[in-house]
Ligand binder design. Structure first.
Ligand code: FMN
Length: 222
């Protein structure tokens, strides 16, 4: 089910695909993926998103070096302690692999959002740069991941750029009024798609009141 798997198979098999082949991805497919992103909802339908498609070696090397440095820096204490055979260990190994190979991904897609204070932050507290409106960008990010999966392309959501965002904005010429919400490396997958591993939905579901269950629907872990 690598190609056009249908909606539910797509979303149940959309794992982070971090091992990518170096083969280029046609512009037409990248466009299709971004069109899926721009089909997403956003607050007041303002569509304050912008996408930067990075395929040049200089840009990918710049991003990959810093990403890998900060990934290792951020998780330095944890890497040694994880059993590589455990689920956390496997996620970490896969994330570290991506860090090493980020610069080889055929496409890095930067998903950017216009900076905008959330309503809940009072005027007096609005100091410095506003964050991008994450809630208005993540639906697009998810559509992009689903579209990549639907087209048989591997992709994964990354956010480690937050550790070096000002430097990255300067390098790529991203204006200060925009923030980078996620960076998605995209390419043809090395491995096979397979089912995602998640806790059963009822274990995360409450019914009528927090902590209450309902047979067949809600069995919350409390
Ligand atoms: C908000 C967010 C930030 C993430 N940041 C990173 C990241 O910086 N690097 C990375 O390799 N994966 C990142 N991930 C991917 C998660 O590790 C991945 O979705 C999770 O482990 C489930 O993996 P699976 O979909 O393959 O089962 C991020 C996911 C989310 C939702």
């Amino acid at each position: 089910m690598d190609q056009d798997p249908g909606l539910f198979d797509t979303l149940h098999s959309m794992r982070a695909m971090r091992r990518l082949k170096p083969d280029p991805v046609p512009d037409a497919l990248i466009r299709k993926i971004i069109e899926a992103g721009t089909a997403a909802p956003s607050g007041q339908n303002l569509q304050r998103w912008s996408f930067l498609v990075v395929t040049d070696d200089d840009g990918k090397r710049f991003f990959g070096e810093r990403y890998n440095y900060w990934l290792r820096n951020r998780f330095a204490g944890l890497i040694e302690t994880l059993d590589p055979a455990s689920s956390d260990g496997r996620v970490m190994n896969s994330a570290l692999y991506l860090g090493e190979h980020m610069h080889e991904a055929p496409v890095l897609l930067f998903c950017c959002g216009k900076r905008d204070w959330p309503f809940v932050v009072p005027q007096a507290a609005r100091v410095g740069l506003a964050p991008p409106s994450y809630g208005s960008i993540y639906p697009a990010v998810q559509n992009i991941l689903l579209a990549a999966r639907g087209l048989g392309l591997g992709a994964s959501l990354t956010t480690m750029h937050q550790m070096f965002e000002p430097e990255m904005q300067a390098f790529f010429g991203i204006p200060a009024e925009w923030g980078v919400v996620a960076v998605i490396p995209i390419g043809y997958p090395q491995g096979k798609f397979g089912p995602v591993t998640r806790a059963p939905a009822p274990s995360k579901t409450h019914f009528n009141r927090w902590g209450q269950g309902k047979p067949g629907l809600a069995a919350p872990e409390v």
